[in-house]
Design a protein around this ligand. Structure first.
Ligand SMILES: [Zn+2]
Length: 325
């Protein structure tokens, strides 16, 4: 499997190439970044190159040596991947313990041994402690790559022992350019930019959105939101309609839309009393959205139907006393 290097990965890739050339690879790398930046594919690209017996001048894997062939077949003896045994479950302590036993072995095909743990934040305390021991006793010629979309959930003791490889989302312009060349859709760039905002700037998440029904959903929620600000919705019907979607995605979209309105209204201030009244309404609505996001994300057993109905009624009450249009 020859992995693609995406344009937003090139600067970190160059950093790794320099370390490879100088034979100064760190023992542990923490590859982080939001969903949709191809973190796993980036880690695979690093592994292929580190293990390759005949790297090309740009440090990429050759694709044909014995190591590359074994890796493509998924049977490279010097490479281990650890992930939860079942989707959504945590990585077990036995998986990390087995890793510690195998780590004692010397590489048999390549010069290096590589390990990928993904998602690295998906571990309980005992697995994390076992991983920490592994990081405290680094073996020669071993590169451990931890992948996470949530580095804030990893213990500091683990993070501090890894070199940080944080993938940044490309700029909107770069992302739109990539999307126009790599996806076949007829969306206008304004809609695409809005989807990109909802995807936290990650182009591959936008590709997923375009392949699914998220675009339709996005446009529907946008229309609902505008009607809600005009007090022209039925809270019960609207709540039922939003509950068919992923609620956090809907709420994030509302937050972005209200933020956009705030920015526009601020640029029309100061000394404009109508705009400053609108701005204060947007702030109040934004507070309501933040509160609902917190409640929906909490582990508490909450009745989402009542919560969203109540939210819609509150927003309508705010806009009713201070019209925004
Ligand atoms: Zn090779």
């Amino acid at each position: 499997m020859l992995t693609t290097l995406y344009p937003w990965q090139t600067s970190l890739w160059q950093q790794l190439c320099q370390q490879l050339q100088r034979n100064r690879l760190p023992h542990a790398l923490l590859v982080s970044g939001v969903k949709g930046l191809a973190k796993n594919s980036f880690a695979q690209h690093i592994v292929a190159s580190v293990l390759c017996l005949n790297r090309s001048e740009d440090q990429s894997a050759c694709g044909d040596c014995h190591s590359c062939q074994l890796l493509n077949a998924g049977s490279h003896p010097d490479h281990i991947e650890i992930m939860p045994e079942e989707a959504g479950k945590q990585i077990k302590i036995e998986q990390i313990r087995n890793l510690r036993d195998k780590q004692q072995l010397t590489p048999s095909v390549s010069q290096w041994k590589t390990i990928i743990i993904s998602p690295a934040d998906n571990m309980n305390v005992s697995s994390s402690n076992s991983l920490l021991k592994l990081l405290e006793e680094p073996q020669q010629n071993t590169v451990l790559i931890l992948i996470t979309g949530h580095p804030e959930n990893l213990p500091i003791t683990i993070k501090s022992r890894c070199q940080n490889y944080h993938l940044l989302s490309p700029t909107t312009e770069q992302a739109l350019d990539w999307l126009s060349k790599n996806s076949d859709n007829n969306l206008d760039s304004e809609t695409m930019a809005k989807l990109l905002q909802l995807a936290k700037g990650a182009p591959l998440t936008v590709v997923d959105m375009m392949n699914g029904s998220v675009v339709e959903q996005y446009l529907q929620v946008e229309q609902d939101f505008n009607l809600m600000l005009q007090n022209a919705v039925n809270p019960i019907a609207l709540s039922a309609s939003w509950l068919k979607y992923d609620l956090i995605t809907v709420l994030n979209q509302l937050q972005y839309m209200i933020r956009d309105r705030m920015i526009k209204s601020v640029s029309n201030m100061p000394n404009n009393t109508i705009e400053s009244a609108k701005n204060s309404v947007y702030w109040q609505i934004s507070d309501c959205i933040v509160k609902v996001i917190k409640l929906v994300s909490s582990q508490n057993n909450i009745n989402n139907t009542l919560l969203i109905e109540d939210f819609i009624v509150s927003v309508m009450r705010i806009t009713n006393s201070n019209p925004t249009n």
